[in-house]
Design a protein around this ligand. Sequence first.
Ligand code: NAD
Length: 418
Amino acid sequence: MEIYDHPTFQMACRQFDLVADRLEIPETERDRIKYPKRSLTVAVPIRLDDGSVRVFSGYRVQHHLTLGPTKGGLRYHPGVTLGEVAALAMWMSWKCALTGLPYGGAKGGITCDPGAMSGTELEHLTRRYTQEMIPFIGPQVDVMAPDLGTNEQIMAWMMDTYSMHVGYSVPSIVTGKPVGLGGSLGRREATGRGVGYLVNRATDALGLDMSKTTVAVQGFGNVGSVAAWSLARYGAGIVAVSDVRGGIYNPKGLDLRAVEKFVAENKTVVGFPEAEPVSNEQLLELPCDILVPAALERQITETNAGRIRCRILAEAANGPTTPEADLILDQRPEVFIIPDVLCNAGGVVVSYFEWVQDLQSFFWGETEVVDKLFRILENAWSQILALSRKQNIPMRQAALSLGIKRVREAKRIRGLFP
Ligand code: NAD
């Protein structure tokens, strides 16, 4: 599948192959499980505020359709490519399967720099992309959600564009919408909250006292900031956070409320007065108990894997650790990994709740959402931990095995059409 050629796609394939080897999946069966079912690339022309017209590249990849509609985020970032989106779609498939959701994985993206665009330009971009995607999406076909660089407002524009096209309101076309439009209570917080829950379970398993732990978070966006708050509520001290411009570090602990106020005023954590500056690379190597990469893929590589100093690596981002880094970390049993497909699954779980609520036009309270979220995460966590311990395999292998096995089994039962 040369069209997907990209280091992140190769990484996702490599992870799949390792698990397929262990599960002894015959070569003849592998390609059907591994490669995306279909993808759409669109040119998205919009008029910019200065009157000129610019064409952006947009993508959507649907990894498999065996278990239901596909589900996955939409990313706005300058580095977005078809191959990156395909890798993220593949990971979504394993994530949905290991949490028992009736979805295949998908991902979308537009190659753009949302920070350099005005609100009007972003709205035009989002609406035109949604229009181009109409033959490819639908509440029973493919449902989008926020990811890096996108948010509730973007989802609201998508929902409106789709609804205007069909002629009636279709809230179930996207998740992660504002609550006032059919969004779910607790969706915005779900991914970070899930990270907090799973780290707490990991500290239990390792016999660590959460109130004595320190945390460094790379990427103080939606997921990273909520994860930081969630971990702080469990008693941990947040010592470092960062964003695309750089990071801040205070070994005595950061006042999260003050950091958030600073970010609201300055749009970055850089320059926060009660801390010393660190680069994103330095942040990953700081002494801490819990390291939370919550930004981009391929941050922990063969170069720095030997130098990270945490007890728990909680992968809030998708694909933050390369397979080469995994080989090094496999030799460092003192570092316990909560792999991405489990660690950040809280987001898609509550997206699923939002979709169910929209389809039924019957909405739940936040306590119900959080309770159901934690039950699903607990179930996945205990199965993966048990498998990892029983077979003496890394947590990532255990998590991916569970997801891949379920997709494989579903394909086997359905058979091959025609
Ligand atoms: P976001 O746009 O809200 O935040 C991203 C943060 O990362 C920002 O602070 C940004 O400045 C920072 N960042 C960007 N480039 C960086 C770089 N090169 N180095 C360091 N920091 C950088 O995005 P988000 O929704 O919080 O997503 C973060 C990660 O979590 C992504 O990997 C995404 O795929 C994953 N994820 C998100 C969700 C969700 O529900 N939003 C669910 C599952 C996984």
